[in-house]
Design a protein around this ligand. Structure first.
Ligand code: ZN
Length: 230
């Protein structure tokens, strides 16, 4: 390898390794954030379900009380009719018909409320299972971050300590081009195969390949400006 390419490579290896470590840390931290947000979302969903459940239970109780009252009224009216103690027979018959109609409506409502409570209970059970799973995912994500956090920081510190020397060793002629590659988030060094840049798929002039392979000169890819590796 051309000695100047070695110097570019030394700096690039440090920077590239730092990029990989930072990306790894970010991905682990993002996984924790995502898992945390998912748990909070399910908790909010459970709180909303709890409100719905309370409402359904209250409505059921109210309906049950009303139904008990009307069943009682029905029985009393029927008894008056059956025993002939109704002061006005026709009025009692009319009242019984009205009461039966209300009882019918309240019984239908009771069934509907029972179904509503069941549906809410199912939603609650499913959200609780989801919450358990979400908490497990969060614990695992936190453990993964916790396991890598200190090693990544230590590796980064070590690399960043070496960087100033490697940056000083980079010949002045390459510095702005190197900085530009970094700014564009492009690789500083690129591999070639069959005269093609493996980073941007641009065809490389044969002369550049030959001179790079023989370590006679330092060349870049005409497409992405990465320095060619032999
Ligand atoms: Zn290229």
């Amino acid at each position: 390898m051309h000695p100047e390419l070695v110097l570019i490579s030394n700096l690039w290896q440090i920077d590239h390794q730092c990029d990989l470590l930072r990306a790894e840390h970010e991905a682990l931290a993002n996984a924790v954030r995502a898992a945390d947000a998912a748990v909070k979302a399910v908790e909010a969903q459970l709180a909303a379900i709890a409100v719905q459940r309370d409402e359904a239970i209250q409505s059921t109780r109210k309906n049950d009380r009303e139904l008990a009252d009307y069943l009682d009224k029905r029985d009393r009216t029927r008894k008056m009719i059956d025993t002939g103690t109704a002061p006005d027979y026709a009025a009692a018959e009319k009242q019984l018909a009205q009461v039966l109609e209300i009882v019918d409506r309240l019984e239908t409502a009771a069934l509907e409320l029972m179904e509503a409570v069941e549906a809410v209970e199912q939603a609650r059970a499913s959200a609780q299972r989801e919450l358990e799973l979400g908490k497990q995912v969060l614990v695992a994500a936190r453990a993964a971050l916790g396991a890598r956090d200190a090693p990544i920081r230590a590796e980064l510190t070590e690399l960043l300590e070496c960087r100033p020397d490697a940056a000083d060793d980079l010949p002045v002629d390459y510095r702005s081009a190197y900085a530009y590659q970094r700014q564009r988030k492009r690789p500083a060094l690129v591999n070639t195969r069959d005269q093609m840049c493996q980073s941007c798929q641009t065809r490389i002039p044969g002369q550049r390949i030959v001179e790079t392979t023989l370590a006679r000169a330092v060349h870049t890819c005409p497409g992405c400006a990465g320095w060619l590796l032999p």
